[in-house]
Design a protein around this ligand. Structure first.
Ligand code: FES
Length: 569
């Protein structure tokens, strides 16, 4: 058997200088797991398994894994799961984002090193889907994404609750003393009550919809609740499809193209999806050698309507989205704007998937393109002297009255500085000021946390203020809202203009012109630049993954990937 036509256990052999001996040895050791010879000779579907005690969102993965295996075996292949890193969003210090690339590297290497003919990627919580797709694109072995699905909502005093938009809303109420300690403790136990990912159109659900749009997941699977029987059926079908791919392969780089990436950007915009998804999609595209020109998002945003009325932008939850028609309904509304000839993992082109009517659509949740929620997409890239390579604003989650204004900068030099001073009664801040956070970007010691949703000063909260312009090089949770300008690039830690902003500087925001400018003279900027001292160099890091991260991390406009993971060709 030549290397080219080896399959199943005979793939990716351990080297002993005698390939036939390697196969013999592997089969004999594998027999110790009790498989029959018939099973040992089957093609293999690897299952990248991310169940973890540190990931509540993947609590139901053991049951899903059984269903995937059922589907693989029913279609004649052998399912073998392998553990990979799991990134539970709220369990990681300083932020899960710091480990997305590590997970993608591990996923890629385990796909490439182990004997498998296709792979099922079981992910869900925010960074897991992008990490798995990045790894799969780099490994370029047939891959099907199975997402965990969203949590169900719960109730508090008759009001529906779901992580995590409501987490932030109630926390703001608590900070402003509008609710008591007892209230917040009760809310705490009711926000996340089932297995699954956050219940709103946050990063996890946006990325699940992206995976389906790119063609990596079976149609209609993105929004099925985690605990629904349909989720198990989707898992079985996913396993079945992966087994099919062992004989009739379709490769990830056939799915990730300029056209499919454009489709996915349009979907993010129509969903009013997470700002994080822009970074992740850019990184997935980058692994296939597809780069996103500056201004592309604005071009697509201006011609893509917002269709979905879900929190954090609207009022419904993911389970409503599923029952309202889900991604099938959204994609059908966007059809005239999409590249319909993109290949999907089932072998059909996207247009074929969308040929049939999708049936009932609840228009209170998913609007028609004739009567959209908004004519323009939910996200906009701002450029200007404060963000030469761009910054993101989720305009659909922001306050329109703040879209055209000039504000005085109230600067926090780091996350520590922010937490030390934001509630200081002596803080010199007015509602019309701009809160500016520096040194929270990808190359900073904090690794670009979801800290861009700066807390409002307590003294302004007490006066009833619920939104202000906030600017940073950090990210924001997909479930957050407000006039929050994020991903300022280049970031402060590497000397971007954000690092040079001082208290009292004036900053001009114009959403209509897509501009963000620091109103300080060029001479003064140059003088401040001469005095700039990089935070990046002050970390004193000298070993391990931290060192690799510091050496390789790219900026937000390149998806915060590692430079050495981009394709060389
Ligand atoms: Fe896992 Fe929100 S914490 S998706």
């Amino acid at each position: 058997m030549t290397k080219q036509n080896r399959s199943g256990l005979a793939r990716n052999l351990t080297h002993y200088g005698d390939p036939d001996f390697s196969v013999f040895l592997r089969k004999s050791f594998f027999s110790s797991m009790g498989f029959s010879r018939e099973m040992l000779n089957r093609k293999i579907v690897g299952i990248a398994y991310t169940g973890s005690g540190f990931n509540n969102c993947h609590r139901h993965f053991p049951e899903l894994l059984d269903a995937v295996k059922r589907g693989v075996i029913a279609n004649g292949a052998l399912p073998l799961e392998f553990p990979t890193i799991s990134l539970g969003e709220i369990f990681l210090n300083p932020t899960s984002m710091k480990y997305r690339n590590l997970m993608s590297m591990e996923t890629e290497e385990m796909i490439k090193a182990q004997p498998m003919d296709a792979v099922v990627l079981m992910g869900g919580c925010d960074k897991t889907i992008p990490a798995q797709l990045m790894g799969a694109v780099s490994a370029n072995l047939p891959a099907v994404q199975l997402v965990g699905g969203p949590m169900m909502t719960s109730k508090y005093k008759g009001e529906r609750l779901g992580a995590c938009t409501d987490c932030r809303r109630f926390w703001a109420e608590y900070r402003s003393d509008s609710i008591t300690e007892r209230d917040i403790l009760e809310v705490e136990s009711k926000l996340a009550t089932t297995a699954g990912t956050c219940a709103v159109m946050g990063t996890a659900s946006t990325m699940a919809c992206v995976a389906e749009t790119l063609g990596f997941a079976i149609p209609g699977s993105a929004a099925i609740p985690a605990v629904h029987a349909d989720r198990l059926r989707a898992a079985e079908l996913t396993g079945n499809l992966a087994a099919e791919l062992t004989n009739n392969p379709i490769f990830p780089r056939e799915l990730v193209t300029v056209q499919s990436i454009e489709n996915a950007f349009r979907v993010i915009l129509a969903l009013g999806g997470s700002t994080n998804a822009i970074i992740h999609l850019t990184a997935i595209a980058g692994r296939a050698g597809v780069s996103i020109p500056p201004g592309k998002l604005n071009e697509l945003s201006d011609s893509t309507p917002v269709l979905v009325n879900l929190k954090p932008v609207g009022k419904h939850y993911m389970e409503d989205f599923n029952y309202a028609g889900g991604m099938g309904a959204v994609l059908r509304e966007l059809k005239p704007l999409l590249h319909l000839d993109c290949l999907t993992i089932t072998g059909e082109e996207l247009g074929n998937r969308l040929k049939e009517d999708c049936g009932y659509v609840d228009r209170s949740v998913i609007a028609s393109s004739d009567e959209p929620i908004d004519q323009k997409g939910g996200l906009v890239t701002l450029f200007g002297s404060l963000a030469p390579k761009g910054a993101i604003l989720k305009r659909s989650a922001a306050t329109p009255e703040l879209f055209e204004c000039i504000g005085k900068a109230v600067v926090f030099e780091s996350l520590e500085d922010l937490s030390n001073r934001i509630d200081d009664p002596d803080l010199d801040v007015e509602p019309e000021d701009f809160l500016v956070l520096q040194n929270a970007g990808p190359a900073s010691p904090s690794g670009m946390p979801e800290a861009g949703y700066l807390p409002l000063p307590k003294k302004l909260l007490a006066c009833g203020i619920r939104d202000m312009v906030r600017i940073s090089d950090a990210r924001m949770s997909g479930s957050a809202f407000g006039t929050v300008i994020l991903h300022v690039t280049p970031e402060a830690a590497i000397g971007g203009p954000l690092a040079l902003v001082k208290n009292g500087d004036r900053i001009k925001l114009s959403v209509s012109e897509k501009k963000l400018d620091l109103l300080v003279s060029e001479e003064e900027i140059q003088e401040r630049a001469r005095q700039f001292k990089s935070q990046k160099q002050e970390t004193g890091v000298s070993r391990g993954y931290e060192q690799l991260y510091q050496d390789q991390i790219l900026q937000a406009d390149q998806g915060c990937d590692f430079e050495f993971l981009l394709p060389k060709e």
